[in-house]
Write a protein that binds this ligand. Structure first.
Ligand SMILES: Nc1ncnc2c1ncn2[C@@H]1O[C@H](COP(=O)(O)OP(=O)(O)O)[C@@H](O)[C@H]1O
Ligand SMILES: [Mg+2]
Length: 226
């Protein structure tokens, strides 16, 4: 999905928390967003995903006018994802059920992704009993199971173990490669941003302070901005 943002602003209680002149994100890119707490990263993610409305400005998704259609093609994974009160299999299958996939197709897809991510042993476990790392993996599996064109990740690997983080990163990269989806990931981990992203956007006080392409990653001191 191609995204074109123009003059986007958002205020909370008369305080401007987002103020982006222009931002272009091309289809198939993995874009990192870094910046200190309160920089407006989550607000941008929520607006991109249609969960919040901007006060002014516009976002174009492939130039598409039907926003309901667009929002059905986007998923967000939060740091504390909400899972259904059910087992892991049903959680991952849910987006496919909603979209009326055939049962045999659902079974195939869910089993394949669980195996790929090494979480097949969790299939029958209740979501509320999962560890933090397991929970994030299930949330990511559920997010990508229906091949969304835009995947929004808001600190998806904060506070999880290194093994789970590796699995998450491998899954994100593989999904991007095989599906050509656009991915935007907010992270406080500069090494992760370097490993995953084609480009990193540094936000500060609601604005885009810098855009760094991966050829320049090593010359930039991300610690300054995170
Ligand atoms: N629902 C809200 N009501 C009031 N202020 C909010 C709300 N959501 C976010 N903010 C404020 O907007 C600013 C940006 O928040 P956020 O986008 O969550 O930042 P980040 O994700 O970069 O840490 C912060 O100052 C935050 O306190
Ligand atoms: Mg945030």
């Amino acid at each position: 999905m191609d995204i074109f943002i123009e003059n986007l602003t958002k205020e909370y209680e008369n305080k401007r928390v987002l103020d982006i002149d222009t931002l272009n994100i091309n289809q198939g890119r993995i874009i990192g967003i870094v910046g200190s707490n309160g920089a407006g990263k989550s607000t941008l993610i929520k607006i991109l995903g249609g969960l919040e409305q901007p006060d002014s400005g516009s976002i174009s998704y492939n130039g598409e006018k039907d926003f309901d259609k667009i929002y059905r093609d986007i998923t967000i994974v939060f740091q504390q994802p909400y899972l259904l009160v059910s087992n892991v299999y049903n959680n991952i299958a849910y987006p496919l059920k909603v979209r009326k996939y055939k049962n045999s197709d659902i079974k195939n897809r869910v089993n394949t992704i669980m195996k790929d991510m090494g979480i097949d042993y969790l299939a029958k476990q209740k979501a509320r009993t999962l560890s933090g790392g397991e929970r994030q993996k299930v949330a990511l599996a559920r997010a990508i199971i229906f091949n969304p064109s835009l995947l929004l990740l808001d600190e998806p690997t904060a506070n999880i173990d290194p093994d789970s983080m590796n699995t998450m990163e491998d899954t994100i990269k593989k999904f991007n490669k095989t599906n050509g989806s656009t991915i935007i990931i907010v992270t406080h981990n500069p090494e992760q941003a370097k490993r995953l992203c084609d480009e990193i956007i540094v936000m500060d006080k609601g604005k885009i302070k810098r855009k760094i392409t991966n050829a320049d990653f090593n010359q930039y001191n991300f610690r300054e901005s995170i």
